[in-house]
Design a protein around this ligand. Structure first.
Ligand code: 5GP
Length: 201
C-alpha cells in the first residue's frame, strides 16, 4: 500500500563494517525505498561509480553547496567532506517513498535535530578485531588511513546510545533481516497508519 509520507532512515556504522553490502542487499529485497547518493570530496575507490556510490565533487563545489544551503547535513570525515542533498530526498519522502541515508555520526546528529521522526540504526561488526580484518581485506586504503578509520570507529561507538536500533553485521543476511524487521515495525506504528484508521472512524 502506498504511504502518504516516506520514512527517513539513517544508517550509521564504522567504515569497513560492510554497510554498502548490507544496503545493496536490502535495496534488492525491498520495494519503495530509495538510497540517497551522498556528495563527497573523497576520491572514488576501485569499482565505485559516480552517481551510484557517491556523487564525487571537488572541495570548491562542496563548499558552494554548503553556502547555498543545499545540504540536509554534512560532515568532515577523515579529511573529506560528505553530505546529503536536501532536495533529492525531500522529493522522495513527499512521494511516499522511504529514504535511506548512509551517514556518519556527526551528520546523523544533525538529522536527529532537524528530522526527529527519522529512524536511527547503528550497525556494528561482531568485534573490533573483525572490523580491522575487514578494513585490511578491502585492500583499498593505506595502513595510515586504516589506522585513522579504526580510531574514528572508537569515537563513533560512543554515539550508539543516541540511536534507536543496533544491528550486528556478522552475516549480511542476518543484518538485512534485522533491518527489514525494524522497517516493518516502523510501518506498523499507529501514527503511520492514520489513513487505515480513518476507515474505522
Ligand atoms: P567511506 O569513505 O567509507 O565511503 O565513508 C566514510 C563515512 O562517511 C561512512 O561512515 C559513511 O557512512 C559516511 N558518509 C557517507 N555519506 C555521507 C553523508 O552524506 N553525510 C555524512 N555525514 N556522512 C556520510
Amino acid at each position: 500500500m502506498k504511504k502518504e509520507k516516506g520514512q527517513l532512515i539513517v544508517l550509521s556504522g564504522p567504515s569497513g563494517v560492510g554497510k554498502s553490502t548490507v544496503i545493496a542487499e536490502l535495496l534488492s529485497q525491498r520495494d519503495n525505498i530509495y538510497f540517497s547518493v551522498s556528495y563527497t570530496t573523497r576520491q572514488p575507490r576501485v569499482g565505485e561509480q559516480d552517481g551510484v556510490n557517491y556523487n564525487f565533487v571537488d572541495r570548491v563545489e562542496f563548499e558552494r553547496m554548503i553556502a547555498a544551503d543545499e545540504l540536509l547535513e554534512y560532515a568532515e570525515y577523515v579529511n573529506n567532506y560528505y553530505g546529503t542533498s536536501l532536495r533529492a530526498i525531500q522529493n522522495k519522502l513527499d512521494a511516499g517513498i522511504d529514504v535511506l541515508l548512509d551517514i556518519e555520526v556527526q551528520g546523523a546528529a544533525k538529522v536527529r535535530a532537524r528530522c526527529p521522526d527519522a529512524l536511527f540504526i547503528f550497525i556494528i561488526p561482531p568485534s573490533f578485531e573483525e572490523l580491522s580484518r575487514r578494513l585490511h581485506r578491502r585492500n583499498t586504503d593505506s595502513e595510515d588511513v586504516i589506522a585513522g578509520r579504526l580510531e574514528k570507529a572508537k569515537v563513533e561507538f560512543k554515539e550508539i546510545p543516541h540511536y534507536d536500533y543496533l544491528v550486528i553485521n556478522d552475516k549480511v543476511s542476518g543484518a538485512v533481516e534485522e533491518i527489514e524487521a525494524i522497517l516493518t515495525a516502523a510501518e506498523c506504528r499507529v501514527g503511520n497508519r492514520a489513513s487505515i484508521l480513518a476507515r474505522f472512524a
